[in-house]
Design a protein around this ligand. Sequence first.
Ligand SMILES: C=C(O[C@@H]1C=C(C(=O)O)C=C[C@H]1O)C(=O)O
Ligand SMILES: NC(=O)CC[C@H](N)C(=O)O
Length: 759
Amino acid sequence: MADSLPTAGPRILLIDSYDSFTYNLAALCRRSIPGCSVHIIRNDDLAIGELRSLLVHFSAVVVGPGPGSPDKDEDIGVARDIWRLSDDDILPVFGVCLGLQSLAVEFGAKLHRLSVVKHGQISDIQHSGTELFADVGDVAAVRYHSLHVSLDGCEDVEALAWTDDGEENGKVLMAAKHRSKPFWGVQYHPESVRTEGGGEDVLRNFWRLAVAWTSKHRRVVCPWDVALEWVVGTPWPVPQFPLIPSTGHLSRVTTRVVEAHGITPNAICERLGVLDESADFVLLDSAAQPGRFAIVGCLTSSSTKITHYVGDGHVDMHSNGAVRSVQLGSSTVWDWFADFMRSRRAEGGVGDVPFWGGLVGYLSYELGAESLSPSSPHDSSGTAGRNPDVSLVFVERSIVTDTVSGKVYIQTLLPDDETWLQETSLLVKGCCCRSESRRSSPAKSRRNTTAAPPVVILPDREQYISRIREAKEYLFSGESYELCLTSHTYISVPKAVRRAPEHSSSWELYKVLRSRNPAPHSAYIRLHPSTLVSSSPERFLSYSRPPHSTCQLRPIKGTVRKALGITRAVAEQALAGSVKEVAENLMIVDLIRHDLHGVVGEDVEVKQFCKVEEYKTVWQLVSVIEGKLLSSEHGPREMDLGWEALRRSLPPGSMTGAPKKRSVEILRTLEGHPRGIYSGVFGYWDVGGGGDWSVTIRSCFKHDSDVVAPASEKEHAAEQWTLGAGGAITALSDPQSEWEEMIVKVESVIRAFGEVEFS
Ligand SMILES: C=C(O[C@@H]1C=C(C(=O)O)C=C[C@H]1O)C(=O)O
Ligand SMILES: NC(=O)CC[C@H](N)C(=O)O
């Protein structure tokens, strides 16, 4: 409470209907209504009986957008009661999308489905030039809606703006006001980053109208009482995470620098024992631009690996062959890791090197999905055969190669580690003149054996296509604006009978993947019982070291296969020139702005919008969003900023769709099985406070127990790899093309398995 903003200035109550754009709307209010404080509540936090008495402390209410329908209680919640307030309690209200629909329906408008739904599309708006649109010029506005309202026969509500969808939907209402009550609303999204002309100006006009109404009706806003914040929360944008002082003690990073142009991390990994399949190993690679650094963890048997399964109240710490279970008690696994890292902060590393040591590993999709929307409790099958949802190892010794400068940084967090530094420097120098292991292709290594080719089980085409159709039905009915539908492919790799004593089939697989599909976020993470091999093109979130920590997200939406004739110009036309692809990307950009605003507050910027980037096998449409705390917030709070951003923005919006919560719930029923490691994130959290997490796509993973056939029949035993792939489904999606896009993504990984058979 001590962090509250000064109490002067207008106070806005923003009612959130579980949308993924709510914080963007809060930020727009802050920009348009001078000095305002915005309190955000969910539409089911309070019943109107509880809310009514609090409204006297607010200057106005904003009823936000959301999934579902304004005529369903579970979708609109308490927002509907706002329109029914008596003259004694009434106050100015501004509705957005679902909010406007609710306003209109309440006073007799008819609710319809659009014939052609509009999600992430920009329309020219014609308006009255009065009220919300006084002195507003041209408006090009972003729309996210499946439903719309018509005012035929509705006396109380007056239209203020329209758009003409021609043959698709005809004329569609875009803004309205109540004729006698202080209620206004817009159907489009004034807070979207691509809305031009209809954002700040319109909100400013709303505020002007609200002030005029308030003074005309002599409404008195009662002074604020901080005790109310127990009910309606602290005003946004006070950072919503606690300020916990660090322990004060800082370890020192010791670094040796070796010049080693042209060195590949592969050679270093092989010298460090990656070929011993039984040992844990982590490599966060950069096999293509814009990736730059490769991070190799130099693990020992005393390195601490921490695993956690969603739903379990403990973490397991594995070290020196023993496991210690630590109960989480009342804290979450996120708090536990924040504490863990707080006592391991370090200083003194080379500033340009992004990783000095710290946690490396992966977080599953379900870890994020469960905190967003808990599903039914886990069944009693336990954790046997399941990959942990969190698997992170604390790396004390590391080697980081910089592909641009050719420098190799050998680093340790351990005191008095000179001997290791010395030996490792020699080892790295030795790698410059030695080549890596020759067994560079699984296909080649199979030739020495009698093993049959890997067998691939693709998702069932009919089932996938019927799920796309079901997904589209959810989109048509307003339940979601975009759904990232995914599916699993399974690859069964017969185990070679005769093996060299030092052989790691997963490492061989990684090397081939790295050369056939080089990606900026390639990775090899072998943290038993799980192994993850990745050629991900997508950064989810990176955060630079404090002070002045910046969070960056780089969502990808829009994929075109590279083929003869698909030049950059052709790809640009197909991606940046496509209404569908830009709409998909825009939706995720707006969603990520919201996620980031929710953590850092106001300072969020779209640095790159829908740029076509080239990768080995595909062209991708990529946007970049950055956010940082206001300078007044710099300092100790920044130490937890990146982790907090991760906690609050998983699962990655590009892997769910928007609005995120409802989309996750729909996908859970559509896909029918957990995604596991796929579509979570992997990466690191550095002891200096920085971090970088990639989206786990174009990857495959296995569990140690994923061996088909009993151990007694060794000749027939096969390793089972799982590979996830999917794509964003929008109302404009063509099922056949979506199926093909998913297959393109599968193929980008399958190519690492050599010649395969499809079952
Ligand atoms: C779902 C996947 O990729 C996601 C979907 C994309 C798309 O729809 O174009 C692009 C990148 C990812 O965010 C995948 O690779 O499996
Ligand atoms: N963005 C929104 O608020 C959407 C409202 C409603 N669910 C629709 O699709 O029309």
